[in-house]
Design a protein around this ligand. Sequence first.
Ligand code: TXA
Ligand code: MG
Length: 349
Amino acid sequence: MTTRLLPTDEPETLDAAAQEAVALLKQGEVVALPTETVYGLAADALKAEAVAKIFEAKERPTFDPLIVHLPHRKDLKDVAEVPADIADVVDKIAHKFWPGPLTIILPKKACVPDLVTAGLPTVAVRVSKDPVFMRVSRTFDGPLAAPSANRFGSISPTSAGAVMAELEGRIPLVLDGGASNHGIESTIIKIDPPAGTPKPVITILRPGPITPDDLKEFGVVKHGFKAKHKDGEAAEAPGMLASHYAPRTPLRLLSSPEDFTQDFGKRYALLSYRGEPDDGYIDLVEEWAGIHILTPGKGKLVEAGVRLFYALRELDKLGVDEIIAEPVPEQGIGMAVMDRLRRASVKRS
Ligand code: TXA
Ligand code: MG
């Protein structure tokens, strides 16, 4: 199969690309689309045969459920049954964050195929803010199932080129919407009614661009993933796998420079937080085969999110024996960055 890559940067190219994408989606095909987080591989969420093509192209096991993207927030009722005891808080959260990088887990409607939810009684839902995605989704006028547009277990793509590197020859079309805004996947939450708490309970299942601070006005925020644990130990979240977001090259996440031991003759590359010699990592190896800095300059964590997957992809190309990663502060989106680094550091079986 030839994979076509269409630009969207002019009104005419966007019109033409969106039309082609919608025509393919209507035929039950898959199309890779930009979102504000990472690129997604979309298909008609209500057609099991179309959704099956996503699993096939990604080589994704069917026990890993997909996120359903709605054209508008009002379309939530088409795919989810919002329980009465959380209807109010779901509505408030949807108004605040949709369109945007927040995914909510809710009981599913019968029309959503089991393949989308991996047989779970719940469905993951969000509304993307990306202008290209919105255009396609609103013209298609129905829910689109879309996981990240990478091969299963590999790094999420944050550019059309990265999608091509992952899926060229396996899908008919990629729309190029430029570099992803956030560069890290949406925050996933579930919401429960107050349980001895003054407010509803919001559990973060996957940390992302929407932080606990952003959510705290709506409820008591809990972590459904392990915020801190030993290096190499798997993070845990329902429906999510430990070894994920992984480069092919083994990655070692250090908690301090003293943790590092060098094997003679091995080649190393460094994923540095600020590129600051004072942090103690840059000087660990005399000659790194490559260095990527997540936040050149000021150490802004949002930048670390934007650069993370791009940097991992680039370091992966060097063919070194090991990628050494510095930790970033576990605040705000730094939590999501550390979560992804921990998953990337878990050895694949
Ligand atoms: O930013 C994003 O969320 C991107 C863009 C394309 O929207 N999508 C994305 O999808 O990251 P994916 O498939 O790579 O990750 C979705 C995660 C999976 O880890 C899956 O296990 C979890 O969401 N998930 C989906 N449905 C779920 C459910 N009903 N309960 C618990 N977890 C669920
Ligand atoms: Mg993914």
